[in-house]
Design a protein. Structure first.
Length: 461
């Protein structure tokens, strides 16, 4: 089924998304009079009220940080803190981490002359008299060969001293006297991997800052490593806030299921974090204060409580403990009440909105750049694709819209309200829609979701 463009009417689903005046402005800017609003291209002209007069931005509501700037601030935030000490981990624990030091060869590779094929090791010109014994991988070095001698050899076995070549099994034959004849010309050193062909002991194989992939693990093992010196995973503690949340069963009596508790830990692990705890707290200021001040995590992630309602305790708690607000609201929909605070030089708090898709927006806007810096991961390369359908925008703010990738274009999805997960669950990426919207065919930046780039088994380490 092909997803269609997003209509203006969808903006009004949640008070977090647009206020009444903004919805009216969108309708007046984009309506065709047929009951189905037209898609207006991005415009640099001032927004107008229903009466046609220029409308000034609501400065009280739009003092938040622009979305690109918020991401940049989050990416720089950890650089001002104390440097995180490298750690030594076993190879089977290093996947997805970053090398904190160059990978230097601890031995020659290969460490001895090795047969590259099954066949015969030979010395000098043929035909050759074949020894009765053979040479297998993992065995001690055999007796040297004399000119005119050959010995059966297996792939990976140590080549006898004075051997001049290896003849592949399919390129040799023996006569009735047991002598070996070559079916084609034999070149000196043929099918022998000489000692140090790949590297010599002490060679720099990979620089510090390299992401540890399965291939890097293989190279490290071949070069003699049992452990690797890496940048440790940032430790993250998740605080799920709210009296209204259920952990099992169906919604009832004004209570709703907690979607963020099951979702955020796995997503944070996909972003390279070590989730040390997931705690559920009621809407209680003292409990939140105790949880934040008692945490030893590098990053604390909270959900909900970032607005200014009667039970929104995140801002008051941060003020009480003297935290520095680096980002207090972002010009993005959904998720504009998100925040980033520095609690200590080496500890930060990311406050996510409580609505699920708004929380994901905050996760990718603030938590991802912060965790990437703490993990020493390189920033992903930005890319754009044309939108298959037009998307209405917010008058002032960036919009993040779930999208699926189809060939060389991105298809915006429905069910993209702040409280909805249906769209993001089917998505490959989030399309970055600038203020004012995007036309059909207009290029938009795409933020890949972790599983779309490499698969769950690879990403979720």
């Amino acid at each position: 089924m092909t997803a269609r463009g997003i209509h203006v009417g969808e903006h009004a689903r949640d008070a977090e998304d647009l206020d009444v005046e903004e919805v009216l402005a969108l309708v007046n800017e984009g309506s065709t009079g047929s009951g189905d609003p037209a898609v207006s291209p991005p415009s640099t002209s001032p927004a107008r009220s229903p009466q046609g007069t220029p409308r000034k931005p609501d400065t009280g509501q739009h003092r938040a940080t622009p979305w690109p700037e918020a991401r940049a601030i989050a990416g720089r935030a950890a650089r001002t803190g104390s440097r995180r000490a490298p750690v030594s981990v076993a190879l089977d624990s290093a996947l997805g981490l970053v090398l904190a030091a160059p990978l230097v060869a601890l031995s020659d590779l290969p460490s001895f002359d090795t047969s590259a094929m099954d066949g015969w090791a030979v010395a000098g010109p043929g035909p050759w008299a074949v020894r009765e014994d053979g040479v297998l991988a993992g065995h001690a070095q055999s007796e040297p060969l004399s000119d005119g001698e050959a010995v059966r050899i297996a792939t990976g076995a140590r080549v006898p001293a004075d051997a001049t070549a290896v003849i592949r099994s399919e390129h040799g034959r023996t006569d009735d006297k047991g002598r070996l004849h070559a079916a084609r010309d034999v070149g000196h050193g043929q099918d022998i991997r000489p000692r140090g062909q790949e590297c010599r002991s002490g060679d720099h194989l990979l620089p510090g800052g390299t992401l540890v992939t399965p291939a890097v693990l293989g190279l490290a093992a071949a070069a003699g490593y049992d452990t690797l010196t890496v940048v440790p995973r940032p430790r993250v503690e998740v605080l799920i806030l709210g009296d209204e949340l259920l952990t099992e069963g169906l919604p009832r009596d004004g209570l709703i299921r907690d979607a963020l508790g099951p979702m955020l830990p796995s997503w944070l692990r996909a972003l390279g974090a070590e989730v040390t705890a997931v705690r559920r707290l009621r809407d209680d200021a003292k409990a939140l204060h105790k949880a934040i001040t008692g945490s030893s995590a590098d990053v604390i992630v909270t959900t909900g409580g970032t607005a200014s309602g009667p039970v929104d305790h995140v801002h008051p708690t941060l003020r009480a403990i003297g935290a520095e607000l680096l980002v207090d609201g972002v010009k993005v929909r959904p998720g504009h009440p998100m925040l980033l605070a520095r609690i200590k030089d080496d500890q930060h708090l990311v406050g996510l909105p409580g609505n699920p898709l708004a929380a994901i927006s905050g996760l990718l806007t603030l938590a991802e750049p912060l965790l990437r810096t703490l993990s020493a991961h390189p920033a992903p390369e930005q890319y754009e694709l044309p939108l298959q359908d037009a998307v209405h925008g917010h008058p002032y703010d960036t919009r993040l819209i779930p999208a699926v990738l189809r060939g060389d274009s991105a298809v915006p999805l429905h069910y993209n309200g702040p409280a909805m997960l249906r769209g993001i669950a089917a998505a490959d990426a989030l399309a970055v829609v600038p203020p004012g919207g995007a036309r059909q065919g207009q290029h938009a930046e795409l933020i890949d979701l972790p599983w779309a780039a490499a698969g769950i088994g690879v990403c979720f380490t």
